[in-house]
Design a protein around this ligand. Structure first.
Ligand code: IPE
Ligand code: IPE
Ligand code: MG
Length: 257
């Protein structure tokens, strides 16, 4: 039904873009998948229909990132602030997330995707938490795309968590405060061992970070893509990757000619 609906409505960018050369691709792409609600409203559908349509887009984007050899992909699925939405929307989102994991896990595992949940999973109900933890456990030795899924995630909360873990290690005498440096903090983020975010894409037209990956996006290139997330497709991603490939990243330095 959902698939049919998407086919009927046609989804997103039609023009074809080439895959940029491997050395021009970002190692780590992050997505703020925004605009599901407005996509649905535009069609006179409930917001939850927008979230369902968003999962179709997500499937296509994960496949594409995996196929073109992206090393890490992070997606913002549910923020610490999203709990404040109407109860029926939160409930619909939780159901959808659960269903998504159950229906996708076999294909993701087969493709060698390694799943990391970013966020405090203790806030989820027992059954849902176990689905999330099982997905991480099952894929932990996979060698393909590292897929970080932000659920009950906040960028500030992640930094607080890292600071607490380091403070605890100091209190136990396992390290000294002088050993707390940027690498130590990076090592206590959910993305430990992965590179910083090279490219952050936010759909939906709003131009803000909304508490996503504050630590990892220090020199991130940002693209604000106006289309709503359910309309984002492989070709929109390839367009954005070509935009990224054309950017001049200086990291505070002066570029040598
Ligand atoms: C993003 O779409 C998905 C989640 C926050 C879970 P929204 O639900 O924020 O959609 P808009 O921004 O209201 O259109
Ligand atoms: C960011 O979108 C969160 C997710 C995409 C999960 P929001 O819709 O929650 O953010 P704001 O309210 O527009 O900043
Ligand atoms: Mg939104």
């Amino acid at each position: 039904m959902r698939l049919k609906l998407n086919k009927l409505l046609g989804r997103g960018e039609k023009k074809e873009y080439p895959v940029p050369p491997a050395q021009k691709l970002p190692g780590h792409i992050a997505f703020i998948m925004d605009g599901n609600g407005r996509w649905a409203k535009q069609r006179g559908l409930p917001r939850s229909a927008g979230h369902s349509a968003g999962t179709e887009a997500l499937r296509e984007i994960i496949r594409t990132c995996s196929d073109i050899g992206i090393s890490s992909m992070s997606i913002y699925a549910f923020s610490t602030e999203n709990w404040a939405r109407p109860a029926d929307e939160v409930q619909a989102l939780m159901k959808l997330i659960n269903r998504y994991f159950l229906s996708e896990i076999d294909e993701l595992d087969e493709k060698g995707v390694r799943i990391t949940i970013m966020g405090d999973v203790d806030a989820f109900e027992e059954e849902q938490r176990s689905v999330l933890l099982r997905a991480m456990e099952r894929t932990k030795n996979n060698q393909g795309l590292k897929l970080n899924i932000a659920l009950n995630y906040g960028g500030r909360a992640e930094i607080v968590k890292a600071a607490q873990e380091l403070a605890r290690a100091c209190a136990k005498g396992e390290m000294s405060p002088d050993q707390i440096d940027m690498d130590a903090l990076s090592g206590h983020m959910y993305t430990a061992g992965q590179g910083d975010v090279d490219l952050l894409i936010r759909t939906g037209g709003d131009e803000r970070i909304s508490n996503f990956m504050l630590w990892q996006s220090w020199y991130t290139e940002i693209i604000f893509e106006p289309c709503y997330w359910p309309d984002y497709n492989r070709q929109t991603l390839l367009k954005n990757l070509n935009q990224f490939a054309a950017r001049d990243r200086r990291f505070g330095k002066v570029k040598e000619k």
